[in-house]
Design a protein around this ligand. Structure first.
Ligand code: FES
Length: 159
């Protein structure tokens, strides 16, 4: 067991974890934060997305011990206009992917603001295009296929 300390949604949490415990399992099973979902547990679906010091990560691929001393935000700690935009634009059906979609979109907007290019960023383009949103959000799957609503919600907030 290793003792780690993280700031999670604004509160300092200490927990003892085995070195193989994922950040996702630590959040869900040790801290009771079930907003981040376990879809694939192998980095393919994005349902587990959380923010680590403001950067989006797949919590299923991260070991909890790697995040000792870091600041983690899950959907439980988010208060962002995207949440209401997802409701306005029907950016979900079953909702399983939604917490990951929203955390990922927050990180994505920060990446865009910081000037981090995507695969479809056109040189000199300042505004986020729909194609760019779709590319930047391609790591977050929605099995219900609510992609149009998700993209509309993000474009609403980004615009
Ligand atoms: Fe982490 Fe699917 S559960 S990417």
């Amino acid at each position: 067991m290793t003792e780690i300390r993280m700031k999670v949604n604004g509160a300092v949490e200490s927990l003892d974890v085995e070195p193989w415990v994922s950040l996702l399992d630590a959040l869900r099973e040790r801290l009771g934060l079930t907003g981040p979902k376990k879809g694939c547990d192998q980095g393919a679906c994005g349902a587990c997305t959380v923010l680590a010091d403001g950067v989006r990560i797949n919590a299923c691929l991260a070991l909890a011990v790697q995040y000792d001393g870091r600041e983690i935000t899950t959907i439980e700690g988010v208060a962002h206009p995207l949440q209401e935009a997802f409701v306005r634009h029907d950016g979900f059906q079953c909702g399983y992917c939604t917490s990951g979609q929203i955390c990922s979109a927050i990180g994505m907007l920060a990446e865009h603001t910081a000037g981090m290019p995507s695969a479809v960023t056109e040189p000199g383009a300042g505004e986020l295009s729909e194609a760019e949103v779709r590319e930047r959000m391609s790591g977050n799957l929605c099995r219900c296929g609510a992609y149009n609503g998700i993209v509309d919600a993000i474009m609403d907030v980004a615009g």
